[in-house]
Write a protein that binds this ligand. Structure first.
Ligand code: AMP
Ligand code: MG
Length: 727
């Protein structure tokens, strides 16, 4: 006859807020195996919901005459000596009561709990730093150290770890509240619940109470024991759901006498520290946990599917999005820019891209880390690892254990206090190691190392999550992905990234006088210089170029080309024909369409810009003059296209530098001069003529002179914007 009829495993969570509606990882999960048969794992969004369900489970099993082993994945006790130090009594329930009285859990209402405050209150009971550590923010909890480097557990009347943690080779410590594993937080948010469950008649807590007399036994387990069996389940299954189901199965499959022995063969410490059920039976439990699962396991949320042919487009722009305030003669540059920023919005759909294809693409959503970086504590150097707390004073001689830890090849087992192990850069810190000494700083003997005193605790190690925590937003919506971003997203476990479809930009030149490069050119004809320039800028900005060629000064021809461009592109850049003369057909057509504004902007160089919508697609009518066309493209079209493409607002980065030139400037307009930096001073092109294309090539950036009157002399500080800032 088996000892228990029903086996249940709870994966607890200390989350501040509720978990998502859709079953998700890192929430509360319950696995139940009743008379050998598993049920579908259950998901709870809040601790309260889970506790309610556990009360009904206890009532139902009891009513049905079934004996229940109800296990939880967090420590039921603290290291021996802690209870007395905190409460004056070595009764573990005194700690349960102490914590229960203080913990406030507002998970459903305020997405908060006071676990960090309670940990601080405990820390204040001890002189010096610790024992609790780990906070989301180093400044908010002054008595809760951000990491464990400053804590020496030698000072306390208790160890850092319990005997069962060492026996089970658990990496966790019940004093660690933040960064994975957050066992310490789970204890604080779990013990009050256990404290309530244990008041139900027939419920006993193992190993503090007699388990053989209780109908429902609450016990501690640790899913890490069956890790090797969990790895069998690849794919998209939610890991927590697999763990609770497999662990409940393993417990249910134990021979009754074996389970009896697990429950009764305990060291003395267990009476205060509690014990992990099966702590010494990793292999057996792992074997029993294996095999096919007959219950459905929920899957993780799939990444967003690519939007085919970008059918799913955001809403169109408003007809009046380019309207300028009436009655204003010349609009200042900054006002014009504010208007573009406020009235435009992204016009492209989104897709999921493998991150290696993401360079230069625009993030459509915030991106969160799926995994911490580093994922586990590891060594930053080649050297030897040991427990700092075990060092004696003075110079050190530590015997070496056999084996080593290398990147990707961890050391199995625990390094005993007072011994050291060979470690190589990037290796996960073996159990029992918190400090690493550089190989150059030791004398290596046959089976031991010697080194000078003075190494700091935690030296040469990297803490798990010290760079990025799992769940952190690492990159935000609107960011243009850099090569470094690809490294970051890969490091934190991402594969696909939600990006905007690439903005398609049509470029059209207008003018009867234009010829293509290589064509014969008669008197009065010039080569089309704007189209290759604007095309180049579009590509530099990371958009798709749709070259629509050039159009004569003919309204019907231009109408036809605009119609074609609308079908192929998200935005249209034209040059020439943007003023209000007889041959200015761009502005005439946009006016005809009723959604055009002549942008008279107080800027030099730059004749009026014609901004409008052609059948809902934004058109930037740039001046024909190549210098003005380029400046207006950089200053106005570039940030506007950024918004259409889904990026954040792009203000170019400028630098204040002394001028190497002299210039008198009249008030009224903002001026941009072709410029470059030599000998840390800004020089400008010899002519301001707006037809001087060679000056654009000569220049490496622009000098921006503000609207007011100015007399710049050599040495005057001016704002220089390199062309590289316009990317
Ligand atoms: P518009 O704005 O059409 O009156 O043109 C202003 C000046 O820019 C005229 O001298 C045009 O010949 C010149 N221009 C217009 N388009 C281009 C072009 N694509 N390439 C070079 N110069 C141009
Ligand atoms: Mg023209």
């Amino acid at each position: 006859m088996s000892v228990f009829d029903t086996f249940a495993v709870v994966d607890w969570s200390a989350k501040a807020g509720s978990s998502p509606q859709r079953p998700s990882p890192d929430a509360i999960w319950l696995g139940v195996v009743r008379q050998g048969t598993p049920s579908k794992p259950l998901y709870f969004r809040t601790r309260q919901a889970a506790e309610n369900h556990l009360c009904s489970l206890i009532a139902d099993e009891t009513a049905a005459g079934r004996r229940l082993l109800l296990t939880f994945d967090f420590p039921f006790g603290y290291p021996k000596g802690f209870a007395k130090a905190l409460t004056g009594s070595d009764d573990p329930f005194a700690v349960w009561n102490w914590i229960t009285e203080r913990i406030e859990d507002n998970q459903e209402t305020e997405r908060s709990n006071n676990r960090f405050e309670v940990a601080q209150e405990m820390n204040r009971k001890f002189s010096g730093t610790g024992p609790f550590w780990g906070a989301p923010n180093p400044n908010d909890w002054p008595d809760l150290p951000f990491n464990m480097q400053e804590i020496s557990y030698d000072r306390f009347d208790f160890d850092e770890k319990r005997k069962c943690d060492l026996a089970a080779r658990a990496a966790s410590s019940c004093f660690q509240l933040f960064f994975n594993p957050t066992v310490g937080s789970q204890v604080l948010m779990g013990l009050p619940m256990l404290n309530r469950l244990r008041t139900i008649p027939g419920v006993g807590v193992w190993p503090f109470q007699r388990y053989d007399e209780a109908n429902v036994v609450l016990a501690e387990i640790w899913p890490g024991l069956i890790e090797a069996a969990i790895q069998d389940d690849t794919g998209d299954a939610i890991r927590d759901a697999v763990q609770v189901t497999r662990l409940a199965l393993a417990l249910s499959r134990l021979a009754p006498d074996r389970l009896e022995r697990m429950l009764s063969d305990l060291p003395d410490e267990a009476r205060e520290e509690a014990w992990i059920l099966g702590a010494r039976d990793r292999e057996l439990l792992t074997d029993l946990a294996r095999g096919e699962l007959t219950v459905p396991i929920p899957l993780r949320q799939q990444p967003p599917r690519p939007v085919k042919d970008a059918n799913l487009r955001p809403p169109p722009l408003r007809d009046d999005c380019f309207a300028l305030p009436a009655g204003v003669d010349w609009t200042p540059v900054d006002e014009a820019l504010d208007m573009l920023r406020d009235r435009l919005h992204p016009v492209v759909g989104q897709e999921a891209l493998p991150l290696e294809d993401g360079l230069g693409r625009v993030l459509a959503e915030d991106v969160k880390a799926l995994r911490a970086n580093p994922p586990q504590a590891n060594t930053a150097v080649d050297g030897y690892g040991f427990a700092h707390a075990a060092l004696a004073g003075g110079d050190q001689v530590l015997p070496l254990v056999e084996g080593r830890a290398a990147a990707g090849a961890p050391f199995e087992g625990t390094v005993p206090k007072g011994k050291a192990v060979r470690v190589l850069t990037g290796a996960a810190l073996p159990e029992g190691v918190d400090t690493v000494i550089l190989q150059e700083d030791v004398t290596l003997g046959d089976d031991a190392i010697a080194f000078r005193s003075g190494i700091k605790p935690g030296a040469n190690t990297r803490q798990a999550g010290e760079d990025v925590h799992s769940g952190d937003v690492i990159l935000s919506k609107g960011r243009v992905l850099t090569a470094a971003d690809l490294a970051l997203t890969a490091a934190v476990g991402l594969k696909n990234l939600p990006v905007r479809a690439r903005l398609k930009v049509a470029v059209i030149s207008t003018g009867d006088e234009l010829r293509d490069p290589g064509q014969a050119a008669e008197t009065g004809q010039i080569f089309d210089a704007n189209r290759p320039m604007l095309g180049g800028l579009v590509r530099q900005f990371g958009y798709d170029l749709v070259d629509m060629g050039r159009v004569p000064d003919d309204r019907d021809a231009l109408r036809g080309t605009l119609d074609q461009a609308v079908a192929k592109a998200d935005v249209i850049l034209t040059s020439g024909g943007a003023s209000s003369g007889d041959e200015d057909h761009v502005s005439a057509l946009l006016n005809e369409a009723g959604a055009m504004a002549e942008w008279r902007i107080a800027v030099k160089p730059g004749r009026p810009l014609a901004l409008g919508l052609w059948k809902g697609t934004p058109v930037f009518g740039l001046p024909g003059n190549p210098v003005a066309a380029m400046v207006c493209a950089l200053i106005f079209a570039r940030p506007a296209m950024g918004v259409l493409a889904g990026t954040k607002w792009k203000a170019p980065q400028g630098f204040t530098l002394p001028a190497a030139f002299e210039k008198r400037k009249k008030p009224g307009r903002r001026e941009y001069l072709r410029a470059r930096v030599r000998d840390e001073k800004v020089e400008v092109f010899k002519s301001e003529g707006s037809g001087r294309i060679s000056g654009l090539s000569w220049a490496e950036g622009l000098v921006e002179l503000p609207e007011g009157e100015a007399h710049v002399t050599p040495g005057t500080l001016v704002r220089y914007i390199p062309f590289s800032s316009f990317e």
